[in-house]
Ligand binder design. Structure first.
Ligand SMILES: NC(=O)c1ccc[n+]([C@@H]2O[C@H](COP(=O)([O-])OP(=O)(O)OC[C@H]3O[C@@H](n4cnc5c(N)ncnc54)[C@H](OP(=O)(O)O)[C@@H]3O)[C@@H](O)[C@H]2O)c1
Length: 337
């Protein structure tokens, strides 16, 4: 669990504080979003599952936590909304694995059910954390997310679909190995992809502001962090520079991932247990070869200049904090290294 960053400068309180029902409040962005909503003076009620993250997460005072099963519509209504009125639904809920069964149950079905329960509770506005990668859907979890995005867009409620680029946790998996003297691993020459990393609190502020900013309503919102797009090679160079050491890279061929995907994909057709591993390998290959930037549909190319940015937190500041022990690396579920 990362040590939380000191609160960013307090935003202005919302002109219209609301009663907000939050899903995914124990996740990386969910935790930050709860804080951001609270800072704006909203009344925040979180619906979490009892058996996992909830108990290990320090819970902010004044934020109500309700326990139940998000994948069970009866529990959502009874243990979650509880027959009470709410103004808005904010969801940072997402499958932790991305494998097909979990993705369709969580990223799609649970959201469809939550939307219905929210509507019955009087909710008129929904903010959904999605992902920029759904613009080029290949993987099961991307299709599941898109299927719910469509339901939300057609719901008749006010909606904001936030599609961020890469989170810091997904780009920090090698900090410890490099600190211990190992080379930084890259696919190809380390410039196959690029992204504009976004900090947890910066993204949370952006999500929370969707409630009040009408220009962010009924819109799909790709969003990255400040500064130029960064390649994996640049990440490695920055890390070595922070350590005061010459940069050392080891190149891994994408063909190796292709071979793993092919072998697991074939075996997964016979042994169902391997089908999930095959999907995880496909997810790894996707992130090794696709940039997390706005895709220009006309050219089929990723466009850093067209990728909007927000906030002040940078990945390299985050690396520095990790190296100083002021933050603890939280492993990105789909990080390859
Ligand atoms: N990682 C990246 O770089 C990146 C970049 C862009 C977009 N995204 C998108 O951001 C979203 C994930 O954000 P994140 O990293 O904050 O997520 P996360 O840390 O993995 O948190 C997921 C949240 O969903 C909850 N959840 C998952 N399955 C559940 C279930 N079956 N029942 C109840 N709760 C469940 C988790 O609860 P528990 O704590 O109980 O497990 C947790 O609160 C995804 O949509 C992802 O595609 C990620």
């Amino acid at each position: 669990m990362p040590l939380d960053r000191p609160d960013p400068v307090s935003p202005a309180p919302s002109a219209r504080p609301r009663r907000v029902f939050v899903l995914g409040a124990t996740g990386t962005i969910g935790r930050a979003t709860v804080r951001a909503l609270q800072r704006r003076g909203h009344e925040v009620v979180c619906f979490v599952r009892p058996q996992t993250g909830a108990d290990s997460v320090p819970w902010p005072e004044g934020v109500e936590r309700r326990f139940g099963t998000v994948t069970d519509p009866a529990s959502l209504a009874r243990d979650g909304f509880g027959g009470e009125p709410f103004d808005a639904l904010v969801s940072c809920l997402a499958s932790r694995t991305g494998v097909p069964g979990d993705a369709w149950a969580v990223d799609h079905r649970a959201h469809v059910d939550a939307l219905e329960a929210a509507r019955r509770a009087g909710v008129s506005q929904v903010v959904l954390l999605s992902a920029i990668c759904v613009q080029k859907p290949v993987l099961a979890f991307q299709h599941a997310k898109l299927a719910f995005e469509k339901v939300l867009v057609e719901s008749g409620l006010a909606w904001s679909i936030v599609r961020p680029t890469a989170f810091f946790k997904s780009l920090s998996g090698q900090v410890e190995r490099v600190r211990r003297g190992r080379p930084f691993l890259v696919f190809g020459d380390g410039t196959l992809t690029a992204c504009k990393p976004i900090g947890d609190d910066d993204l949370a502020e952006y999500i929370a502001d969707c409630l009040d900013d009408s220009s962010r309503q009924n819109r799909i919102l790709p969003i990255g962090g400040p500064g130029e797009a960064i390649t994996p090679r640049r990440q490695g160079e920055a890390l070595f520079a922070l350590l005061g050491r010459p940069a050392r890279f080891r190149s891994v061929p994408v063909a190796m991932l292709d071979a793993i995907v092919a072998v697991l994909g074939g075996a997964g057709r016979v042994l169902p247990a391997l089908a999930a591993k095959a999907e995880l390998a496909r997810i790894g290959r996707y992130y090794a070869t696709e940039s997390m930037l706005v895709l220009d549909p006309a050219t089929g190319r990723y466009d850093a200049a067209a990728t909007p940015q927000t906030g002040t937190q940078t990945l390299f500041e985050h690396y520095a904090r990790l190296l100083r022990g002021e933050a603890v690396a939280e492993r990105g579920d789909h990080a390859v290294f």
